[in-house]
Design a protein around this ligand. Structure first.
Ligand SMILES: Nc1ncnc2c1ncn2[C@@H]1O[C@H](COP(=O)(O)OP(=O)(O)OP(=O)(O)O)[C@@H](O)[C@H]1O
Ligand SMILES: [Mg+2]
Length: 499
């Protein structure tokens, strides 16, 4: 294909935040109809670079050139005028507006005669857009009532509807089911065929191989290089990203001392969970597999007291316990890391330190009932190191951390409590390959200390890689339990679809 001027060139881009050099002399170029992957570890600078392109942040230095002309993008509106739209890593939909109102926010359709909002047109256009990507939400549904996956689809539709010629997708699939992801890929191919260019950010390398043409790699705010997808292997990419070869991605340790600790007996929940019987064992990592909506998070939330079971009982060390709220669960040594970190996990206006120690302040309380500052600081430092959390200090506001590093802070928050039973829901969502391994190491250490770990995950290699046992759910039931030996991609899939 004849290629003249690139659609976009970014040259020598630099950006510094207080205490952080986020980008240093970054280059990037992109042609019409091309899908470019932007790859790099958590905190490498991917989102920052894209926020500069879309007018959210201002660069300190460098040039942005669109179709041969240098431009100065001062805000989001200007970026949109230049044909650039972005799907942000953090969802930015408004819960108290409807789906259609969100879609047309700032570009509302007005009826020329009545001068009022033309809801009919907005709803029907919205429905068409959603259909294109295989999403069946109703346009007049309030956004607070739709799932995270559907919110993500709405963000995607928002970007598509702006008729941009360049769309940035910053980790668009973290909240999507496999089917939704497939639909998104179809949309990407459709956009590509219309000569629209896409910059695609994801920590899932499979996705990059499936839809991207070229890959641009960043490391620690610096430009590492650019490769064609057809010229590289996954291992090459990992080496470029982390700057060294990675040994075993899934470190597995034989369990040493496995004993039953928690038992679920005939647990039912409002027609969602149907007679769940499950033994949870100390000294073991139990993987929970199943398709999205199979009921895995609901099981977790019943154990954690967030949902009230309709019937059934829970035993800890052979004794029946009453868990009616999360406080009861925490008092019984149970911790739960939710999959929706923004809604349930993080307190954005607080610091890294405060977010990490919030749930375990009593640990640091001395007889004076005041928190031992020194102790708190030491523990926080320990976990910043253990999980390689990238932050200039403990006092940095958590909202300034990159997405993956925020996730690590939440993981640390629960690890600090040193629970007897730790339930983690999609723990490595948005986490880079290097940091994933660090998280697995921590989970293995917990297992060796005799803690019970329940890992809910849609990442099949991860489930197979580090679980001692796998239970699979389908439509609110446990359809099977597999030993580490029996668990394979196929055996899990069969149970997950209810065969
Ligand atoms: N508003 C901000 N204030 C201060 N520091 C920031 C701000 N935004 C980003 N940073 C810092 O800049 C660096 C790059 O962050 P960025 O979000 O671009 O990373 P990323 O590559 O998108 O990572 P991830 O894969 O985790 O999403 C990080 O060290 C981050 O903490
Ligand atoms: Mg990011």
């Amino acid at each position: 294909m004849e290629r003249n001027i690139p659609l976009l060139e970014m040259k020598g881009i630099s950006k510094t935040f207080p205490g952080v050099k986020a980008l240093e002399d970054i280059n990037l170029s992109l042609y019409e109809g091309e899908v470019l992957a932007l790859l790099g570890e958590n905190g490498a600078g991917k989102s920052t670079l894209m926020k500069i392109l879309s007018g959210v942040y201002q660069k300190d230095d460098g040039k942005v050139i669109i179709q041969g002309t240098e431009v100065d993008i001062k805000n989001v509106k200007e970026a949109e005028k230049l044909g650039i739209s972005i799907i942000h890593q953090e969802l930015s939909v408004l819960p108290n507006l409807t789906v259609a109102e969100n879609l047309f926010l700032g570009n509302e359709k007005i009826n020329k005669l009545t001068k009022k909002l033309d809801r009919k047109t907005m709803n029907s256009m919205c429905k068409d857009y959603l259909k294109q990507i295989g999403c069946n939400v109703e346009p007049d549904e309030y956004v607070k009532n739709i799932s995270i996956g559907e919110m993500q689809m709405l963000e995607i539709v928002k970007a598509i509807s702006k008729n941009s010629n360049l769309i940035v997708m910053d980790e668009p699939t973290t909240a999507l089911t496999d089917t939704e992801t497939e639909n998104l890929f179809k949309v990407v191919k459709m956009l590509k065929s219309k000569d629209i260019a896409i910059i695609y950010i994801s920590h899932r390398l499979d996705e990059i191989f499936a839809i991207c043409d070229r890959i641009n790699v960043l490391r620690d705010g610096k430009y590492v290089g650019e490769v064609k997808v057809k010229d590289v292997t996954k291992d090459d990419l990992i080496t470029m990203m982390v700057g060294r070869k990675m040994e075993e991605q899934y470190p597995y340790k034989e369990p040493t001392n496995v004993t039953p600790i928690l038992k679920l007996k005939d647990i039912c929940l409002d027609g969602i969970l149907k007679s769940i019987n499950l033994e949870i064992r100390a000294g073991e990592i139990l993987g929970m597999s199943g398709l999205m909506g199979a009921g895995r998070s609901e099981v977790a939330k019943v154990i954690f007291g967030e949902y009230k079971k309709t019937s059934g009982s829970i035993e800890i060390n052979g004794k029946q316990v009453n868990i009616n709220c999360p406080k009861d669960a925490i008092n019984n040594g149970i911790a739960y890391l939710s999959e929706d970190r923004k809604k349930e996990g993080l307190i954005l206006p607080l610091s890294v330190k405060e977010n990490m120690t919030l749930a375990s302040l009593d640990k640091f309380e001395k007889k004076t009932f005041r928190i031992s500052k020194a102790e708190e600081k030491n523990i926080v430092d320990e976990y910043i190191k253990k999980l390689s959390i990238k932050t200039p200090s403990q006092d940095q506001l958590i909202k300034n951390l990159s997405g993956g590093n925020q996730q690590k802070v939440i993981i640390a928050k629960w690890l600090i409590q040193s629970p007897k039973v730790l339930i983690i829901d999609e723990p490595t969502k948005g986490i880079d390959v290097g940091a994933k391994k660090e998280i697995y190491d921590v989970l293995n250490a917990l297992k060796a200390e005799g803690k019970a770990v329940i890992m809910i995950s849609s990442d099949m290699p991860e489930v197979l890689g580090i679980s001692d046992r796998v239970v699979v759910m389908h439509e609110g039931r446990i359809t099977g339990e597999l030993s580490r030996k029996e668990a394979t991609q196929e055996s899990i899939m069969k149970l997950a679809i209810g065969e």
